[in-house]
Design a protein around this ligand. Structure first.
Ligand SMILES: Cc1cc2nc3c(=O)[nH]c(=O)nc-3n(C[C@H](O)[C@H](O)[C@H](O)COP(=O)(O)OP(=O)(O)OC[C@H]3O[C@@H](n4cnc5c(N)ncnc54)[C@H](O)[C@@H]3O)c2cc1C
Length: 647
């Protein structure tokens, strides 16, 4: 499959452009924090495709994990918990950086006006409450998760940081402004092509910070809002940045089992406060599965839930919080209780129907510890980035922390290297035809633009793992499926996931008769991709299903031109942001499926029914990049040893 360099045939050399020191894309916790971290005296444009305040961040419930008390907790323990959850693939140096800067991140947020919940004031005294309240979540050995508004941590973060950005003179915000593509010149990112008010908008920037979030919308069942379509990650792929760990998708075990997009989340923190997962007979699901029981790492719980659903044919299980005192539930989980009640469920008296849903993308655009990607001029932060802290499975409540910690590091890196912020004087004319040329063209349109990338080049993916003809430094290190790959783990096999609460049992496997996109339209195509990903690239995967997904996504990629992609932006019928999103979902879905197919083992968020055990030789990270000709190239990244990381 060829990935186009750009989605729009904009003639950049002739377009008016504006200039800014730093362009930040996205207004979740990562983007807002990055905009605020830019060194003084520098201009910032904060572009966001919806309104300020709209993001996945504002849905976050449980809280932010941080070591705040060195008596009852330690950096070493938070590091160890993060590494354990990451199932052998975390970058230990990145983890240590995240954890050891966590306390400062919370202090910074308090300084920005975030109102975290506090312990009640001591009885009888007139002292105000001062201690931040902390809870425990899955995979954490200590209570170290701070929260706000009970279960409305993300909304409070979003409120406080948005207010801070609004009062920052150097930061201009551009709402309803969609990143279409990154503009590169000589291998450096020099700006971006945005889409705003039905028109393209060209920005030249000294640095671009991608903070565009994750891609939960790849799946039909997800806790992520509709804006989580992986646009920034797909744009970085098209621009030639290296991506990694895309096969690791975290499915949350307890989304409320009702129709909805997104599906309301029932936070893990509820299990932290004593709620128990039960099957239809009332048996506790996690008993005997893991020493941490209901608070086992998320991938373990999701697999146990999926296995129990498969074994019993149930379409959902139950989260039983009836033993938790009602007043405590009301105080800690007002949002969750309201959502349950809106669905006719009374959690203080009834168990809550729950089933897994796509929740978090561990992979993204590869960065170093200061957010630098492999493309000079481009930084990434938050869920769009892949710093290596999450490995194969993110530890609960580490992602908000990651957004704050690494945004601050980007700010410091920009301050230390002011030369890096030089705004390009002009965009080279070659960008018009070559570096931002489209390739989603139907054959009959092929003559419309000058695009060398589509001149019959057939550059495919790198050879599969174990292929003796594999080329490149990393390829030979791919393990073949060996004896270790056949060890049993509990509960493999088919499971009735992927159809969504409203669908009939057995539906939604992703296998649908082939129809051109013309007949489907953008929304039909979006639905098809999401059902395909859920059915074939979901909680339980197999080589056969993944190969089918790859083939179908390639077919869909081939007909994206029917939606108007690749047409000149001024032509009638130029696509809008909804169409760009669909193209991004197809390209990113293809990338996720490809790396999942290659990884012949089960680890963290990647569970293969045909390779159900972890394989030591696969303790490597997979990368993906687009070659200059438009093909996708897979590679490997070694995982540094954890030794010496913990104090
Ligand atoms: C229901 C739910 C509960 C969660 N609970 C927790 C929790 O308790 N603790 C925790 O640590 N994590 C939690 N997470 C995960 C965490 O919220 C996210 O990983 C984190 O908020 C991501 O922040 P971000 O800034 O990277 O991206 P987001 O918050 O998703 O923001 C992305 C921004 O980019 C913008 N954008 C996207 N594409 C484009 C484009 N093409 N052009 C312009 N703008 C664009 C979006 O509009 C948005 O403003 C939860 C997630 C969900 C969905």
């Amino acid at each position: 499959m060829l990935i186009p360099r750009g989605l729009l045939a904009a003639d950049l050399a002739r377009m008016p452009s504006e200039e800014v020191d730093v362009l930040v894309v996205g207004s979740g916790v990562a983007g807002l924090s990055a905009a605020l971290a830019v060194p003084p005296g520098r201009s910032v444009l904060l572009a966001t495709k919806d309104r300020l305040g709209h993001s996945a961040t504002r849905y976050a419930q449980g809280g932010i994990a941080a070591v705040l008390d060195l008596v009852s907790d330690s950096v070493a323990e938070h590091v160890a918990d993060t590494l354990a959850a990451g199932a052998g693939l975390c970058d230990p140096v990145a983890v240590r950086t995240l954890v050891s800067e966590g306390g400062q991140a919370i202090a910074d947020l308090l300084g920005r006006g975030v109102r975290f919940d506090r312990e009640p004031a001591p009885a009888g005294g007139d002292l105000p409450a001062t201690e931040l309240a902390r809870t425990r979540e899955g995979g954490h050995s200590r209570s170290r998760v701070v929260h706000a508004g009970g279960d409305a941590t993300g909304a409070e973060l979003e409120r406080a940081l948005t207010e801070a950005v609004r009062s920052e003179e150097a930061v201009r915000s551009a709402e309803h402004t969609f990143l279409v593509d990154l503009v590169t010149a000589g291998g450096r990112v020099v700006g971006a092509l945005l889409w705003s008010g039905g028109r393209p908008r060209l920005v030249r920037a000294g640095a671009v910070v991608l903070a565009s979030g994750g891609a939960g919308q790849l799946y039909a069942d997800t806790t992520n809002p509709p804006l989580s379509t992986g646009d920034g990650i797909a744009a970085a792929l098209r621009a030639g940045a290296v991506l990694a760990d895309l096969e690791f998708v975290q499915f949350h075990p307890t989304a409320l089992h009702v129709d909805g997009d997104p599906r309301p989340l029932i936070s893990e923190a509820m299990r932290g406060e004593g709620a128990v997962l039960r099957d239809g007979d009332g048996s506790p699901v996690m008993a005997g599965v893991h020493p941490l029981g209901d608070l086992a790492p998320r991938d373990v719980v999701t697999r146990a839930v999926a296995a129990r659903m498969a074994a019993t044919g149930a379409r959902h299980l139950w989260l039983d919080a009836t033993a938790v005192p009602a007043d405590h539930l009301e105080r800690r989980f007002p949002t969750i209780l309201a959502r349950c009640r809106a669905a006719g469920i009374e959690p203080t008296r009834q168990p809550i129907p729950v089933s897994p849903a796509a929740h978090y993308l561990m992979g993204g655009v590869v960065t170093d510890l200061d957010g630098r990607t492999t493309l000079p001029g481009l930084f990434a932060v938050g869920e769009a980035a892949c710093t290596g802290v999450h490995g194969a499975n993110r530890l609960a409540s580490n992602s908000l922390l990651e957004g704050v910690v690494f945004a601050a590091r980007i700010g410091r890196a920009l301050a230390e290297a002011p030369g890096a912020l030089e705004i390009p004087a002009d965009l080279p004319p070659s960008l018009a035809g070559v570096e931002n040329g489209p390739a989603h063209l139907r054959p009959e349109e092929a003559g419309v633009v000058d695009n060398p990338a589509r001149s019959g080049l057939e550059v495919g993916y790198a050879p599969p793992p174990g292929d003796p003809n594999a080329a490149g430094p990393g390829a030979a290190r791919f393990p073949a499926a060996g004896p270790g790959a056949t060890g049993p783990v509990a509960g493999t096999g088919a499971m009735p996931l992927g159809a969504g609460p409203g669908a009939e049992p057995g539906a939604g496997t992703g296998a649908e008769p082939g129809v051109g996109t013309g007949a489907l339209g953008a929304e039909g195509l979006r639905g098809r991709v999401r059902r395909l990903m859920t059915g074939r690239v979901g909680v339980v995967r197999s080589g056969e299903g993944l190969a089918e997904a790859v083939a179908e996504l390639e077919r869909l990629n081939g007909v994206l031109g029917d939606l108007g992609l690749g047409r000149r932006s001024t032509a009638s019928g130029a696509p809008g942001s909804g169409v760009f999103e669909v193209a991004n979902l197809v390209e990113l879905g293809r990338a996720v499926a490809e790396l999942a197919l290659r990884r012949e083992e089960s680890r963290g968020g990647h569970w293969r029914s045909d390779h159900p055990a972890p394989v030591e030789a696969w303790r490597v990270r997979q990368t993906l990049t687009r070659s200059a000709e438009g093909g996708l190239e897979a590679g490997l990244l070694a995982v540094p040893a954890a030794a010496g990381v913990c104090p």
